[in-house]
Ligand binder design. Structure first.
Ligand code: C5P
Length: 326
């Protein structure tokens, strides 16, 4: 018997990059949000030995470089005699900034735990253990253990669930190119005029504002817009109106691939839209107040001849409900 799970993607609603750390990673602060677009992970557990991966996309490595391989190697450590086969049905872009590889790893762990529990061979892990293993596999993996709106700090792996927000329509432009995240971080460092302290201050400004607006308060330390005590609307709109919902990777990646800036402009045209690069790209997305805005954005992308995906923000509850595919 096998189990099939939906492995949902994410976008970043603002991403600030802080100073490079001694371990080579960068401090950062971001709001991740899962979206209703997914790969499919099918997993089978048997008595036996070893781990075998297959994938519909030949560009995906199937050895120790694969995030699913890394995850299951850790989860199976100390459990000799178990054989696991995993098939990845790739529907999301690779190196797209949508966290697909990281999500595959989290889904594989959920599938393994579920199968081991069904067979009566092991109880599910406690959530802190699940989050710890996820963080070892990659900075963007723990967010998928939680799902919904998630505040990410540290190198992105320290995650805090934020209250679920409305599942607004989302349109994603998927240009046919990948962006290397480590390379984007290196370029950010080379272009960095600020001192480490000033960079850390920018992180704190974003963090304080996110915590405030998600707690229903005005973003602290930010000048109120003229004519009102603070910006109106849901947390995302408030961050956007306060000018805080910026993805720092845009300054690097849009310089290298100007077409992505054009995509962002097209996605931002409908009223009330918030458009941004996701992670280090290459995917660029827009969040809309209603379906009409999303349709308008799709029409704009049509004229630019780029592949696109129409989806929605996916809440924590929505992700939990949608994970089991069959
Ligand atoms: O954690 P993950 O495997 O996704 O990171 C891939 C690479 O991206 C790291 O080796 C590092 O070069 C870079 N990175 C970083 N700072 C982060 C996350 C990733 O410099 N916060």
């Amino acid at each position: 018997m096998s189990i099939t799970l939906r492995s949902f993607a994410k976008v970043n609603l603002g991403l600030r990059i802080g100073p490079a750390r001694a371990d080579g990673f960068h401090a950062l602060a971001t709001v991740y949000h899962t979206i209703d677009a997914h790969d499919l992970i099918t997993l089978e557990v048997k008595r036996g030995a070893g781990l075998r991966l297959s994938c519909t996309d030949r560009r995906v490595p199937l050895d120790g470089r694969n995030t699913v391989h890394k995850m299951l190697t850790r989860a199976l450590a100390g459990r000799p005699g178990l054989g696991v086969r995993v098939h990845i049905d790739k529907r999301l872009p690779i190196q797209g900034g949508l966290g697909a590889g990281s999500s595959n790893a989290a889904a594989a762990l959920a599938g393994l735990e579920s199968e081991l529990a069904r067979l009566g061979w092991a109880a599910p892990l406690a959530e802190p253990d699940r989050l710890r293993i996820a963080a070892e596999v990659g900075s963007d993996v723990p967010l998928f253990v939680l799902g919904g709106a998630v505040l990410g700090t540290g190198r992105g792996e320290c995650v805090e669930p934020l209250p679920d927000r409305a599942e607004n329509p989302v349109v994603i432009a998927l240009p046919n190119m990948g962006v290397s995240t480590p390379e984007a971080f290196r370029t950010w460092d080379r272009n960095q005029p600020l001192t480490p302290d000033a960079q850390a201050g920018r992180l704190k400004e974003f963090l304080d504002a996110v915590r405030a607006v998600w707690a229903g308060q005005p973003p602290s330390g930010v000048a109120a817009p003229p004519g009102g005590d603070h910006a109106e609307g849901d947390p995302l709109s408030q961050l956007v109106q306060a000018g805080l919902c910026i993805n720092d990777f845009e300054s690097v990646v849009f310089e290298q691939i100007p077409f992505l800036r054009q995509l962002k402009k097209a996605l931002a045209l409908p009223g009330g839209a918030y458009a941004s690069l996701s992670g280090s790209g290459s995917a660029v997305f827009g969040v809309y107040p209603d379906d009409a805005g999303a349709q308008e954005a799709e029409a704009e992308l049509n004229t630019l001849g780029v592949r696109r995906l129409r989806t929605k923000l996916l809440s924590r509850a929505g992700m939990r409900a949608g994970t089991a595919a069959r």
